[in-house]
Design a protein around this ligand. Structure first.
Ligand code: NAD
Length: 470
């Protein structure tokens, strides 16, 4: 079992180019991460390709057993992993943060192991018999982002391994150590070459991974512009893709809600992981009848949620993970302020304090086309837009190019379902926002991407359907 110190020591590079890793809450130097080359990537792809045939040849039950051993290894080392994640990503240990993310990584690994995917008999009658088998693709290239670095990496790795693929993963530059540590712990129980990590620049090793003819499928989670580049890169080799891209999720609050009762759900829908969540509530449309009350209760709730250094057990909100993201949020809130919107909470970062802390911010009386509304802020700044006409608000919710998640808030389920049916998104939650389940398919509509992760759909996405007919 590792401690934080022994885990960090085990993954610290001893040669090659490195980059400094600083705690986003304190600016303190916590370690160094490797910056690897395309040659190192190619060697990793070759290792994965060499290991793939014997991994695929194992009976399914053996791969399932390996995945459970991997989940056990995550569980045994959960505290060390959570501390490293907290220090590198910034998210606090408690709340829906670092310990939660490590726990989720274990749970999703077990779910990928335990989901049955038997041969499907499609036709079996006087016209003949046709069966659908799901074969491995080969080597899967995984590219993950910095907001939920461990859990999203697991979403890519675990189903791929279960289906008999081997994996080369490239973590985000600013959360390399978290994924390196996770992979290190898992690799202590997996056969050699099955799971490989190459750390480096997205534009260099990430791009080379997406162009490699030896990669059969790319699992990508990140921004829409990078996703579009990956679609182009996939053309030469007809590389299969699952793309989980950016979002700008709308929530619609109907006039029949109890504002006090929904305040906590609205808060966590928008501010989970300090807003740095793909399917977080990023623009909230509230009916005129309840607007002032919803704002009042949400602000009341939000101002008591502690933000601070991740290792302090009291905190449940952290800093932004990197200075670039701080700048995005800061500029969007400044533009909203300049446009005459009201800052109901926050909006006043301490630029001299250490770390990338941006305070919990709620912006009201804002134009529906203000940049804070129509651009993905990916941080703790929620715009609340007033509406009075349901058709108009549905149009506003649907007018963007992205469509990852969405939510409807109402005390009348059938009314909420009617609105949900009209929203363009991969998921619509009723009276909550952003909750995920390992058996429920997750993915985007429109430019939020294509393909689905989790459950049976997720296993099918990392395999080649093969019909045996006759
Ligand atoms: P990003 O697109 O900048 O980076 C994601 C990953 O892609 C990183 O590992 C990066 O190194 C790599 N990369 C960068 N350029 C590349 C290239 N040319 N070729 C190949 N790989 C390259 O995204 P980010 O800033 O790390 O993450 C934030 C974004 O991710 C937000 O838009 C958010 O909505 C989105 N996101 C989506 C989901 C989802 O499930 N849909 C989940 C989390 C985050």
């Amino acid at each position: 079992m590792y401690t934080y110190e022994s885990l960090l020591a085990a993954i610290t590079p001893t040669s090659g180019e490195t980059r400094e890793v600083r705690d986003p809450a304190t600016d303190e130097l916590i370690g160094t991460a490797p910056v690897q080359t395309v040659e190192e990537l190619e060697a990793a792809i070759d290792r994965a390709a060499a290991a793939q045939k014997s991994w695929a040849a194992l009976p399914d039950a053996e791969r399932v057993a390996y995945l459970h051993k991997a989940a056990d290894a995550i569980k045994e080392n959960a505290e060390a992993l959570a501390e490293l994640l907290s220090r590198e990503q910034g998210k606090p240990l408690n709340g829906p943060n670092a310990r939660f993310e490590v726990g989720g990584s274990e749970v999703w690994t077990r779910a990928a192991a335990d989901t049955p995917l038997p041969v499907e008999v499609i036709v079996d009658d006087e016209t003949g018999r046709a069966e659908m088998h799901y074969r491995p693709i080969g080597v899967v290239g995984a590219i993950s982002p910095w907001n939920w670095p461990m859990m999203i990496s697991i979403w890519q790795i675990a189903p791929s391994l279960r289906m008999g693929n081997t994996v080369v993963i490239k973590p985000a530059e600013t959360t390399t150590l978290s994924v390196l540590a996770l992979v290190h712990v898992i690799n202590e129980v997996l056969p050699e070459g099955v799971l490989n990590l190459v750390a480096g620049k997205g534009s260099v090793v990430g791009a080379a991974l997406t162009r490699s003819p030896k990669i059969g499928k790319i699992m990508f989670t990140g921004s829409t512009p990078v996703g579009k580049g990956i679609i182009e890169a996939s053309a030469d080799n007809v590389t299969r893709l699952t793309l989980e891209l950016g979002g700008n999720d709308a929530g619609i609050v109907l006039p029949d809600v109890d504002p006090a009762a929904i305040a906590e759900g609205l808060f966590w829908g928008g501010f989970i992981n300090t807003g740095q969540t793909c399917a977080a509530l990023k623009r909230l449309y509230v009916h005129d009848d309840v607007y002032d009350d919803v704002v009042k209760h949400l602000v009341e709730f939000a101002k008591n949620v502690p933000m601070g250094v991740g290792l302090d057990e009291n905190n449940v909100l952290g800093p932004l993970q990197n200075p670039a993201q701080f700048k995005v949020v800061d500029e969007l809130v400044k533009a909203a302020k300049d446009s005459g919107a009201t800052i109901a909470l926050g909006g006043d970062p301490d630029y001299d304090a250490p770390g990338n802390f941006y305070p919990t911010t709620i912006v009201t009386d804002i134009d529906p086309h203000n940049p804070l509304v129509i651009e993905e802020q990916f941080g703790p700044a929620l715009p609340i837009i007033r509406y009075s006409d349901l058709d108009e608000v549905i149009e506003l919710a649907n007018e963007l190019e992205v469509g990852l998640g969405s939510s409807v808030w109402s005390s009348d389920r059938s009314k909420a379902l009617d609105v949900a049916a009209r929203l363009e998104a991969g998921t619509t939650w009723i009276n909550s926002h952003g909750g995920l389940h390992p058996m429920v398919p997750f993915g985007g509509a429109k430019q939020s991407g294509y393909g689905r992760e989790f459950g049976v759909e997720g296993l099918k996405a990392v395999s080649v359907p093969h019909v045996i007919s006759g």
